[in-house]
Design a protein around this ligand. Structure first.
Ligand code: FES
Length: 149
């Protein structure tokens, strides 16, 4: 027997399925890799055109992303985008990582409505900034001591 809460949840999902893919709904409602990271090798905090902010952390070992996580104060699709972009980042080399674009995030999520596409751009841009930060820290590791997450 299903509870009234489960019925309510199913009702919401049915409405969401009219707009979003199953993958986007899943990453929005069960986001992966949420939270900050101690001793990250790359970090970025980016505010998008909508005013929402995403933070993204990277742990890199031997030139490959060993771990990635994110936080956002944005909408459900920004949560889905952050979840997806961190999943896509894991296990990739830095050069592979640099190629991840807004379009890649959108494709991986099974598309987003036009008005939500900028949420995928926010995730892709935050990843790019975290890579830039990682590369800058590689050049000048002493700056890590002054880093504030
Ligand atoms: Fe701002 Fe989605 S509306 S990130």
């Amino acid at each position: 027997m299903t509870s009234s809460w489960e019925q309510f949840e199913e009702l919401i999902k049915a409405e969401m399925r009219k707009i979003y893919s199953e993958t986007a709904i899943d990453h929005s409602m069960n986001p992966r890799n949420v939270g900050g990271m101690e001793d990250a090798d790359g970090f970025a905090k980016v505010t998008g055109s909508c005013g929402d902010t995403m933070e993204l952390w990277l742990k890199v070992k031997n030139g490959t992303v060993a771990d990635a996580s994110f936080m956002t104060d944005g909408c459900g699709t920004s949560i889905a985008s952050g979840s997806m972009v961190t999943e896509m980042a894991k296990g990739k080399s830095i050069s592979e990582l640099r190629k991840i674009s807004q379009q890649d995030v959108l494709s991986a999520l099974g598309g987003l409505p036009d008005e939500s596409e900028h949420c995928a751009l926010l995730a892709a841009n935050t990843l790019k900034e975290a890579i830039r930060d990682y590369l800058a820290m590689e050049k000048e590791p002493w700056k890590r001591a002054y880093r504030k997450y």
